[in-house]
Structures are given as C-alpha cells and as structure tokens.
Ligand binder design. Structure first.
Ligand code: ADP
Ligand code: ADP
Length: 231
C-alpha cells in the first residue's frame, strides 16, 4: 500500500493572463515505510507539493491520496483529524521559545487535549536529548533544536513525517546526524518519511527513492540506496 499518491496533479497560481504553474501533471507514489526524497531547486514546486500532502493546499487538477484517501473528499473536520497523524519538521525548527524541551514535545498532544508524559519522555530519549529535557530552545544548538522538533513531530505517532529542508540551517556534521536520526525513525517506527531538500547529498544518504523536480515538472524518479534500505 502507498502512503501517498499523486495522480496527474497540476497546481496553478495567478490568473489566466499571468498563470504560474507550480506543479504540472505530476504523478508518483510513496510506498508505506519508505524514505522518499523530493529534490529540486528553489521554485521547483517542493513547498506546494508538501502543502498538498498535508491538505493545506489543493490541486487545480488531479488527485492527492494520503493513506488511500482522496483529500478533496474530506470535510474540514476529517482533514484536521488526518493532520494529527502527519508530523512536520521545518528548516527553522519552529520551537516555542518560552517552553522547555519537554513542553515543546508535549505540545501536539496538548493541542488535542491529550496527555502522555511517558510518550513525551520516550521521544525525547529517542532523539538523544534526555539530558536536555528541562532546557529552553535558546540553550540548545541547531542540531539539538532539530532533534526536539523531530521528537515533537513523532509524539503523536504519525504515519507520515514531512520534512521541509530539515538540514538546510545545519553544518555538514550535524546534517549527517539529523539524517541518521530520520533514518532511525523509519527503521524504529516504520514511519513514512518525505524529505524535501535541494541537497543531493541528503537524498543519497537516507532516501530509498527520490523525485527530481524542475520548475513544476517531475523529471525523474530514482531509486537510491536500495541495498542500504534492507540493512
Ligand atoms: P519550492 O518550494 O521548490 O521553492 P514552491 O512550491 O514554493 O517551490 O513554488 C513553485 C512555484 O509556484 C514558484 O514559481 C512560486 O513562486 C509559485 N507559487 C507558490 N505558491 C504560490 C502562491 N501562493 N501564489 C503564487 N505563486 C505561488
Ligand atoms: P517556505 O518556502 O519558506 O517554506 P512558504 O510556504 O510561505 O515558505 O512559501 C513557499 C513558496 O511559495 C515561497 O518560496 C514563495 O515564493 C511562494 N509563495 C507563497 N506565497 C506566494 C504568493 N502570494 N505569491 C507568490 N509566491 C508565493
């Protein structure tokens, strides 16, 4: 089964005199439990693609299926419920500055009026920040902040983890550590991971497959790292 399917998806912005085609007739599938790269330069359509997987934007033409469900058929309430099963990690970490690591990680549960201190602690330990649980974001390095963001994204046991340029603000060494953590996430929890990046090295490091985009067009889908994926 596929975690995500795009069927002939086109997304246009602007009006008929000045149309901007962000995505042009894009079709692909992301197998459940895989790490899938979305590679392209600025303006390739990557952000638009990611927003569609999260139901924040919709195709002008075509269909987007997440977990087998066409997002266009969902009510706002159903869409919100589905979004609870999608984790998102951003380039700029997006942590809440006046909350501790523990409070940041607990936030998605709190927003759903849930409480699970054990799960929060487990996720903080999983990302290797047990010794930083009481710290505030300003006291953490960039890599540590991104670990917190990953723990926060995982605390609701998402089926799908969307990562938008998660290593673009990090140095090479830290980038490697964060990519390893994403790979471990998939291996440990079976989470389907979408890694949006302009960095070919990131794709080579952890992806099973990658879709290569140029100005809204899907140029190629390549298998990467296939041997690695089994180990
Ligand atoms: P990327 O994330 O790869 O940089 P985007 O998905 O942000 O690419 O953008 C693809 C194209 O669509 C760009 O030309 C961008 O300017 C355009 N675009 C994206 N969102 C909008 C919008 N809300 N309104 C108008 N144009 C948009
Ligand atoms: P980011 O690219 O940092 O993830 P956004 O999701 O806000 O940030 O925007 C994605 C892209 O869409 C931006 O690169 C921007 O060029 C484009 N975009 C967003 N809104 C508009 C708009 N109203 N007009 C043109 N382009 C837009």
């Amino acid at each position: 089964a596929n975690a995500v399917e795009f069927h002939s998806v086109t997304r246009q912005f602007g009006d008929s005199t000045h149309p901007v085609t962000a995505l042009a007739d894009v079709s692909f599938a992301i197998p459940r439990g895989s790490v899938f790269g979305v590679l392209g330069e600025s303006g390739a359509g990557k952000s638009t693609l990611l927003r569609m997987m999260n139901g924040l934007d919709h195709p002008t033409e075509g269909r987007v299926l997440v977990g087998g469900t066409d997002l266009a058929t969902l009510t706002q309430k159903q869409l919100n419920r589905m979004r609870h099963k999608i984790g998102v990690v951003f380039q700029a970490f997006n942590l809440v500055g006046n909350l501790t690591v523990t409070q940041n990680v607990a936030l998605p549960l709190k927003l759903q009026k849930l409480k699970d201190p054990q799960k929060v602690e487990d996720m903080i330990n999983f990302v290797g920040l047990g010794h930083r649980a009481g710290h505030y974001p300003a006291q953490l390095s960039g890599g540590e902040k991104q670990r917190v963001a990953i723990a926060r994204a995982l605390v609701t046991s998402p089926l799908l983890l969307l990562c938008d340029e998660p290593t673009s603000a990090l140095d090479t060494h830290t980038t490697g550590e964060i990519l390893d953590l994403l790979r471990s996430t998939r291996d440990r929890f079976g989470t389907t991971i979408v890694l949006v990046t302009h960095e070919l090295d990131a794709v080579k490091a952890i992806c099973d497959q990658a879709a290569i985009f140029e100005t809204g067009h899907l140029k190629d889908i390549v298998s990467v790292n296939a041997s690695h994926a089994e180990s």
